[in-house]
Design a protein around this ligand. Structure first.
Ligand code: NAP
Ligand code: GLV
Length: 312
């Protein structure tokens, strides 16, 4: 009988996930991680989100670990994670649509001047802004994977000029393609609204820095929905103060929860949301993971296996 150990951030969460997996696949055995004091389950599969490190020291028969999120940065940073253990991440699983809504909201709010209408309403002021020209708002999407590709597709469909930046060439109708370090400067210098959907890896950490952000077109706007460690926060604050960046919508931060004294909270040119751009949907995630475990049990290879060398 197929056996899996489930470990999420808290005991309550772990229980909720375990029950959902058990309901979806009653013939399999899903166990909640009970700590290193209990006997090892010898489970071949672990299903985790920010698990305790001891899990990997205790459960030594693992054949694969499933991450209940798209980003695997925190899991890969655990020294206890065996180097050759396959890590499988969530692929979309209902997150790309949420991510697209979030980005479209930020983009349209900035381009159509809804922030200005909010301010005008505060003063009971009736003031119509002229119609915008979307060509004045070129969007650049960093990372053209499960999330970025869908964001780029929808934003292009809305009529904004869109370019994507990725490690390898990614062709998509209506979306300009820029590749690798060699393509970065040209990508940034044609972009006004920059959307970050890169995985956090040694190559992408701090990529949203003064040098790169100052390459954006005048009136530049940043939407960071990937990881806080991509952004050098002081560099963004300097660029906002200098007027070289007009505003930012930030969902992720170097320190989460964002400390209450952080300057981002109190700026009118920054929108802060608490890491909710795309929330893991339990039913979609369970269906995807169960489908992949069934495939592995039948000897069928699965997609979404992380390349441990590139870190995503
Ligand atoms: P993905 O499918 O793995 O796509 C990653 C993309 O980034 C690929 O297009 C890849 O290029 C590109 N890339 C990676 N390293 C690069 C580099 N050094 N230079 C240029 N391009 C690079 O990832 P995803 O599922 O779209 O998720 C992206 C990230 O979103 C996650 O890692 C996570 O951090 C974040 N996320 C945030 C939330 C939230 O609520 N805020 C929710 C879900 C996910 P190739 O195409 O050439 O491989
Ligand atoms: C959330 O941030 C994820 O990586 O799924």
């Amino acid at each position: 009988m197929v056996k899996a150990v489930v470990a999420a951030q808290s005991a309550d969460n772990t229980q909720r996930w375990r029950e959902a997996f058990q309901r979806a696949w009653p013939e399999a055995q899903f166990h909640a991680w009970a700590g290193r004091g209990s006997p090892s389950l010898d489970a071949p599969y672990a299903i985790v989100w920010r698990p305790p490190a001891e899990l990997f020291l205790h459960e030594t028969a693992l054949k694969a670990v499933f991450n209940l999120g798209a980003g695997v940065d925190s899991l890969l940073q655990m020294p206890e994670l065996p180097p050759s253990l396959p890590v499988v991440r969530l692929e979309d699983a209902g997150m790309a649509a949420q991510m697209t809504e979030y980005v479209v909201y930020g983009l349209v709010r900035a381009s159509r001047g809804f922030d200005r209408y909010e301010a005008a309403q505060g003063n009971a002021r009736w003031r119509q802004l002229p119609a915008i020209c979307r060509d004045d708002w070129p969007v650049g999407v960093m990372g053209m994977g499960a999330m970025g590709a869908e964001v780029a597709r929808v934003v292009a469909r809305l009529g904004y000029p869109v370019a994507g930046w990725s490690r390898s060439a990614r062709r998509m109708a209506g979306v300009e393609n820029h590749v690798g370090q060699a393509g970065l400067a040209a990508f940034l210098s044609r972009t006004r609204v920059l959307v970050n959907l890169l995985p956090l890896t040694p190559d992408t950490e701090n990529i949203l820095n003064y040098r790169n952000l100052s390459r954006l077109l005048a009136g530049g706007y940043l939407i960071n929905v990937a990881r806080g460690q991509h952004l050098v926060e002081d560099d963004l604050l300097t660029l906002l103060d200098e007027g070289r960046i007009a505003g930012a919508m930030l969902d992720v931060f170097r320190s989460e929860p964002l400390p209450s004294d952080h300057p981002f909270w109190h700026r009118r040119d920054v929108i802060v949301t608490p890491h909710v751009a795309a929330i893991t949907l339990q039913s979609a995630a369970v269906a995807q993971v169960v489908g992949k475990i069934r495939d592995l049990e039948r000897g069928v290879a699965v997609s979404g296996v992380v390349d441990r060398d590139s870190g995503y």
